[in-house]
Ligand binder design. Structure first.
Ligand code: L34
Length: 283
């Protein structure tokens, strides 16, 4: 049976360390503040944004929730982001994705000042990661690296397979594993004979968005299995991209859903917001 990687516990350790530094900044008169922009009423996004606010409260970061009607125009949203860029009390800006379909997500992301881009989604920050000169790492992939490190399995030299090639998870995940000297293969919905790749993975990251997509037959015995999926089932329960019940019999280490990658994403957001505040105050 696999060891279950406790994302909640590791996230709490990260947040405790952030809190110590946030408290220190407060003593020197610096308040750390994150603006979270939420457009519309997507129920999952509301849960994630609420969890981000709770994390801010826990570590002592001021959180400003900025809610917009789902019919907001592109220009209105861009101008709201510009106001946040110009507000020197705000250290970090996060626009919760996905946005309603009439909005141009790429332009919205480009309108965020890169120094406040705590998601690391702006093209400038993505480019910096590519050449290893980054200020921020994207929260989910960075959190996953911490989760892998917590197992004691060294990424260096391992076969790492990432299933999914999104800009938010798959592509940056491949970059971070490459930077840590993993041998990385990126698979996706068009990959032929996916199982032949996943079966060889010492470290398998599933970010497909399809419930129970990865089953035990696709996993190398003893592998580290990271499940990025959060699929809501009809009965309201959450379910990952990995069929946990069968996978845990084969894997060496596995993340649960919930309580795995999700809490780490938020903990890394707290770290990035702290880093933004320090940089903006030349610390
Ligand atoms: N801009 N948009 C932006 N940045 C992000 O980093 C995200 N992401 C993804 C969606 N859109 C984004 C998140 O915040 C996914 N995501 C996220 C954040 C938190 C959780 C899951 C996904 C989370 O709290 N997960 C809990 C369960 C929550 C529940 O009950 O639904 C968990 O334990 O996995």
């Amino acid at each position: 049976m696999a060891n279950i990687i406790n994302g909640k516990l590791i996230a709490n350790q990260v947040k405790n360390n952030v809190k110590l530094e946030v408290d220190k900044l407060k003593e020197s008169g610096i308040e750390v503040c994150l603006a979270v922009v939420l457009v519309g009423n997507d129920p999952a996004s509301k849960v994630y944004v609420r969890n981000k606010k709770l994390a801010c409260d826990k570590v002592g970061i001021i959180s400003k929730e900025i809610l917009f009607d789902e019919n907001i125009s592109q220009n209105e949203l861009v101008s709201a982001i510009k106001d946040l860029n110009n507000d020197n009390k705000i250290n970090g800006i996060l626009v919760q994705l996905p946005l309603p379909r009439h909005l141009d997500e790429k332009e919205i992301i480009r309108s965020i000042d890169p120094v406040k881009d705590v998601d690391a989604f702006h093209p400038v920050n993505v480019g910096k990661i590519m050449i290893g000169e980054y200020d921020f790492l994207p929260c989910t992939p960075a959190g996953i690296v911490d989760l892998i490190d917590s197992t004691g399995v060294d990424i260096c030299g391992k076969n790492c397979v990432v299933v999914g090639r999104s800009n938010i998870v798959g592509k940056p995940m491949a970059m971070l594993l490459t930077n840590r000297s993993g041998t990385v293969t990126v698979c996706h919905s068009k990959t032929n004979k996916l199982i032949e790749f996943t079966k060889k993975a010492d470290i398998l990251v599933a970010a497909v968005g399809v419930a129970n997509f990865i089953n035990a037959d696709m996993i190398k015995p003893g592998a580290v299995v990271i499940d990025v999926g959060i699929n809501r089932m009809q009965d309201g329960k959450l379910c990952g991209d990995v069929d946990f019940a069968s996978a845990e019999k084969v894997a060496g280490y596995i993340t649960p859903v919930p309580g795995g990658v999700g809490p780490m994403t938020i903990a890394k957001l707290m770290e990035n917001t702290l880093r933004a505040a320090k940089k903006q105050n030349s610390i």
